[in-house]
Design a protein around this ligand. Sequence first.
Ligand code: OSB
Ligand code: MG
Length: 327
Amino acid sequence: MHPDLDDLLGSAHVVTLPLSTRFRGIDVREAMLLRGPYGWTEFSPFIEYDDAESASWLAAAIDFGWSPPPAALRDSIPANATLPAVGPDEVTGVLDRFPGCRTVKVKVAERGQALADDVARVAAAREYIGAEGRIRVDANGGWGVDEAETALRALAAFDLEYAEQPCASVAELAALRSRIRDLGVPIAADESVRKATDPLAVARAGAADLLVVKAQPLGGIAAALRIVAEAGLPVVVSSALDTSVGLSMGAHLAAAVADLPFDCGLGTAALLAADVTDRPLVPVEGAVPVRRIEVSDELLARYAAPNERRGWWLERLRRCHAVLART
Ligand SMILES: O=C(O)CCC(=O)c1ccccc1C(=O)O
Ligand SMILES: [Mg+2]
């Protein structure tokens, strides 16, 4: 069943949630929650995304609210802790929010910071998680090939599980990958999957060892599963600083992926200072449960976006719905 615009507008709520730690240069997260026949769903492309890109996020919201999720192969998903580009003295405070998580994803290559900042943050994360823990880094495409090689040679001393999107383009990823083969640090593609017109191009080019897959940008669980099936590479399921509702979409995707060799980036409700449910999807003993989310009317009211922002999101919803109607 496919909802028309009025069905979507009729159930739409817009919230502004405070973050506990600044992330991606923002300290509040705006999101739209929608209620379909299968339960609550989320539409939350970042503010700066254009309508063409955001339309995939709407397709995902509709998929999760208006059709049944695929069969779940597991009922909880091991999750990684996500460490924003904080100073080394803040590392313990952030990681304590992810009880039982044995893997830390450390943000690196933050604008305005230096390699020494990344080394200090990764060192603090390794200290926290111990020798048995796993550490991956995510540069969000922030390094050039030379810079990435230098940084990864320095950071490899802390034993990296993989490096996520060290450079921006597929060509750079491929060049870096052949240059650092001796290091044994696999390369994961994130933006090269979720922001690309062809999400499989990076796999075909042999530019990555694994793919990060996210339900919202890839157009929903079913679409993401098709990409996983065609990629022929291991995948890690992640999210986009979603509310617990968007994270539950990611958890349902992860539950349906046959082979899940990595802890998933689904623990980020722990970075929100408020959520839309009384039972947030935060990691418990290092894993998030696969379940739908009951949204609280009281929390929707308490964190309701200002009228001007609500109007902006409703207009965005209309425009993205029109984009989908054309495709
Ligand atoms: O994968 C994770 O640990 C959490 C999700 C995450 O890092 C993220 C959250 C919002 C926007 C971009 C990203 C990213 O993976 O680059
Ligand atoms: Mg990433």
